[in-house]
Design a protein around this ligand. Structure first.
Ligand SMILES: [Zn+2]
Length: 146
């Protein structure tokens, strides 16, 4: 939380899923990834703490369908009416430690509150080869997209 932190609203396309999220978008940064799920959802990820997000609708996170695959360590939440991927999270192991992660799909933020996605600096991960140690790149790794 910073002085520039504001509460933004967002949701899926049909409005069944609505949320608010506390973000500092004074120097907005987001990530994209070339892994199988990030590529096909073409998500623009904003990494947050789960406590920054407040679900407005539906009442409970468990009322939102999730997609899981592989190790099932990630919960990819999406709207089963309009198909939009809104957010997700879970945990992964990094250097022997469990790390919790949660991200909001930045393209689901409402635009009419000063959100300008053109201003987001995007960093690119190489999830396809699990090349996390390579760090973020200024452009997509092989198999990824801008
Ligand atoms: Zn929807």
């Amino acid at each position: 939380m910073t002085d520039a932190t504001k509460t933004y609203t967002g949701g899926c396309h049909c409005g069944a899923i609505r949320y608010s999220v506390d973000l500092d978008l004074s120097k907005p940064e987001a990530t994209k990834c070339n892994c199988s799920i990030c590529l096909k959802t073409n998500r623009l990820s904003l990494s947050i703490q789960p406590t920054q997000l407040k679900l407005v609708s539906p009442a409970s996170l468990s009322d939102i369908p999730e997609y899981q695959f592989g190790s099932k360590s990630q919960h990819h939440r999406f709207c089963d009416k309009c198909g939009i991927h809104v957010f997700g999270g879970g945990s992964y192991v990094w250097e022997g430690k469990e790390v919790k992660n949660f991200d909001v799909n930045a393209v689901t933020l409402d635009q009419d509150q000063g959100v300008d996605l053109r201003k987001f600096k995007v960093g690119y991960w190489d999830g396809k080869t699990e090349g996390w140690a390579k760090g973020m790149s200024e452009g997509p790794y092989e198999g990824g997209t801008f």
